[in-house]
Design a protein around this ligand. Structure first.
Ligand code: NAD
Length: 500
């Protein structure tokens, strides 16, 4: 077995040369072997990094011209596009998702870099001439300073890319803290920013756990925090960050429902349920985990889904499998424990993911696709975000019953309706209390020029990720009222300014 590679922070354009007091193991989930040892930052180190980032913002980036910024962004875009497969392979080796899916997430992140290339247009302010006699007003948007990005394990490249290109394009310096479970993709992408000509210190990578996160949330020079992760931590990050005077967008967990009406194309719905339920082993915040089948179609739909599940190959993501392992042994054990919990609660285990072989060597963290029927609210498999390849069918009698389940759910990230009735789909888009809605589309992830975000316990804060909301989050507005005097002078007037 080879020695685990050291993975460390990237500070001011270089790898950190210190010795970490604490480290954490990184695994290849497909084999179970430890491949890396990650340095975890102390509070003092975070302070040093933030101070360095602030200096880079003040001296290098705050007033970098839009031309310079777009040159860096375009070059970064080209480099990232050229290195997609390489970064995808890094993701597969630490996250476990299959290679095509890993490259796919880099591509979706790349789209945000492409959006950010339009920053001169996106930052254009407004101008009103002669709002009062010889008085003009114009608005400008300026960078915040140092901003922090704290990301989850499930999209080690795409989620950081939701924020970093826009934050940089807007003139900020960034400190990113990736998930400690799969940290290497962020290091690889950070190296591309340097190669693209971004001045040292404008982007820094700090690895760590709660200590590093708390240090960022309480640091006076961190002006904004973009967080993505589970709901309890998102709430904590939002409350702590805002209590320390920062603007915070904290995207949380999910429990996404797919409502299938009796008039739907059941083959399309079955394909969608399998793709969205088991892609990336269900470790997607937009994964479908509750399938609401409006009777009388449940038996037919389940039969089509089980046929498709029988054809899926689970295994090492580098071998052309359809589905890879879960991220850690601990997480795989937790997800697997829901199979007994579901049966104990009275659900019917239609396909048991503990059975059958996987195509991998070693002791990987696998659970194959699993299907439950007759699931009802109150069962742990329905109530909890499992974040694994476990799909639950809930039989409902009507559109209204299905809609009520979705709207009563504490999460509101994504949802989908499958139907051939345009009127029903239109009612659904209007009535459903969820931030991202698919109509015959199971994973409705918005394009980079729209914004990504859920409702209810899936998002704390009021700003979604990327799109114009991202530009607004990473800048603050200023309105200038200017008068260039004629030789005449208005004289003293202590009254409130009024337009003349
Ligand atoms: P997580 O909440 O465990 O970790 C997210 C980040 O928070 C990591 O960087 C981690 O180091 C840090 N963290 C963990 N515990 C902490 C603590 N006690 N104090 C401070 N920081 C802490 O989430 P995860 O397991 O990495 O990711 C999966 C979760 O993320 C799922 O719930 C999923 O739904 C959610 N997610 C949501 C979205 C979205 O857009 N809403 C997108 C992707 C993932």
């Amino acid at each position: 077995m080879s020695t685990p590679t050291r993975i460390t922070h990237l500070i001011n354009g270089a790898a950190w040369e210190g010795t970490a007091e604490r480290t954490s193991p990184v695994y290849n989930p497909a084999t179970g072997a430890q491949t890396g040892v990650l340095d975890l930052a102390s509070t003092d180190l975070v302070d040093e990094i933030v101070r360095g980032a602030k200096a880079a913002w003040q001296n290098e980036w705050q007033n970098a011209s839009l031309t310079k910024r777009t040159q860096v962004l375009f070059t970064f875009r080209e480099l990232l596009n050229a290195k997609k497969e390489e970064i995808g392979a890094i993701i597969t080796s630490e996250h476990g998702k299959v290679l095509s899916d890993a490259v796919g997430e880099v591509t979706r992140g790349l789209e945000v870099a492409e959006f950010a290339c339009g920053i001169p247009q996106l930052l254009k302010g407004g101008f009103s001439e002669n709002v009062s006699t010889r008085v003009d007003v114009y608005s400008i948007r300026q960078s915040l300073g140092v901003v922090a990005v704290i990301s989850p394990f499930n999209f080690p490249a795409m989620v950081p890319l939701w924020f970093v290109p826009i934050a940089i394009a807007c003139g900020n310096a960034v400190v990113i803290k990736p998930s400690e479970k799969d940290p290497s993709a962020v290091n690889a992408v950070a190296a591309l920013w340097k190669e693209a000509g971004l001045p040292d210190g404008v982007l820094n990578v700090v690895h760590g756990d709660k200590e590093a996160v708390d240090a960022l949330l309480t640091h006076p020079d961190v002006k904004a925090v973009s967080f993505v992760g589970s709901t309890p931590i998102a709430k904590y990050v939002y409350e702590t960050g805002t209590a320390h005077g920062k603007r915070v967008q904290a995207l949380g967990g999910a429990k996404n429902h797919m409502l299938v009406l009796p008039d739907a194309d059941l083959d399309l719905a079955a394909d969608a349920a399998v793709n969205a339920g088991f892609g990336s082993a269900g470790e997607r915040c937009m994964a479908i985990s509750a399938l609401l089948a409006v009777e009388p179609i449940a038996d037919d739909l389940i039969s089509k889904i089980t046929d498709r599940m029988g054809k899926l190959v689970t295994g090492d993501g580098t071998r052309g499998s359809d589905m890879g392992p879960l991220v850690t042994r601990e997480h795989a054990d937790k997800v697997t424990s829901y199979l007994d919990k579901g049966v104990d609660a009275g659900a019917t285990l239609v396909v048991d993911g503990r059975e059958g072989d996987v195509d991998a060597d070693g002791e990987g963290f696998f659970l194959k696709p699993t299907l439950f029927d007759n699931v009802t609210p109150g069962m742990p498999v329905y109530d909890d975000e499992i974040f694994g390849p476990v799909l639950s069918v809930v039989r409902v009698q009507s559109y209204d019953e299905g809609l009520k389940l979705i709207n009563d759910n504490p999460y509101g990230n994504g949802t989908a309706i499958f139907t051939n009735d345009g009127g029903a789909a239109r009612r659904f888009q209007n009535e459903v209390e969820v931030g991202m809605v698919g109509i015959n589309v199971p994973i409705p992830v918005p394009m980079a020029y729209f914004s990504f975000g859920g409702w209810k316990n899936s998002l704390f804060g009021d700003t979604h990720a990327h799109g114009m909301e991202g530009v607004h989050f990473f800048t603050r507005g200023k309105v200038v009222t200017s008068r260039w005097l004629d030789p005449s002078h208005g004289g003293l007037n202590l009254g409130f300014p009024q337009n003349t």
